[in-house]
Design a protein around this ligand. Sequence first.
Ligand SMILES: Nc1ncnc2c1ncn2[C@@H]1O[C@H](COP(=O)(O)OP(=O)(O)OP(=O)(O)O)[C@@H](O)[C@H]1O
Ligand SMILES: [Mg+2]
Length: 265
Amino acid sequence: MSLLAVDGLEMRFGERLIQKDVSFKVEKGTIFAIMGGSGCGKSTLLKHMIGLLPPAAGHVTYNGVDYWAATESEQAKLRAGFGMLFQSAALWSSMTILENICLPMEQQTDLDAPARESRAREMLAWVDLKDFADYYPADLSGGMKKRAGLARALAAEPPLLFLDEPSAGLDPISSKRLDDLILDVRQRTGAAIVFVSHELPSLFAIADDGIFLDADSKAPIARGAPRELRESSEHPTVRAFLRREEPKSSAESAPAVTPSATTSA
Ligand SMILES: Nc1ncnc2c1ncn2[C@@H]1O[C@H](COP(=O)(O)OP(=O)(O)OP(=O)(O)O)[C@@H](O)[C@H]1O
Ligand SMILES: [Mg+2]
């Protein structure tokens, strides 16, 4: 039985179809990538998986329990096993970083207040934010907020972690550091990690498996590890996405410095 199985999922907002026929499985300890162009429905898919949006059709099953057919108390029990980093980090702005990390532990663990705080401080040290416990989210940079969000999602050591674009907008070094943190979590806790990403280096470095959602056909068009899809997918959209050339820097593309200009200088 799979830790997580999505079966024939259909997502709609009102009459508008977002994606249909979405099916995949995620096993314990797997890092699973949700790929696809902007607006194809990746964040929406995560919201169906964590209990925020009911699907128009299909099933999301955790260890054989159908989430959307379960009772409210069964659903709450399942949700206690999820950690989530939203695309915007979604930290609570009126709370300090430390309080942000402590609050979900109140609902998800049996730890008492001092134990929660000590665990939160441990997590902050792990994401290099040891000295920022008493800061408010507004006083952190984008990358720091992402790391604080990751610490919050992970503090209760959930068996399932959902990360929406964890490294988007980060510089390459911060992005690599976040990849390393994600691999470290999998190693330490054996958690399954479902993540959304457009970052090719991250996709190739950390994902074992994945699915590619297509905005045009409104259905998945490829399934497998991103590094394998890069080599073997026949679908032009998947190839274009995964084999994209690195964008040229403006210095490289600017015509101003020509070899003759250099020699005559
Ligand atoms: N609450 C909502 N009500 C109506 N439509 C929505 C809602 N949330 C998302 N959508 C629509 O669903 C589609 C998919 O949005 P979603 O945010 O899932 O895309 P995405 O793949 O995560 O894109 P990105 O890569 O830009 O984050 C979009 O067309 C969006 O306008
Ligand atoms: Mg999104």
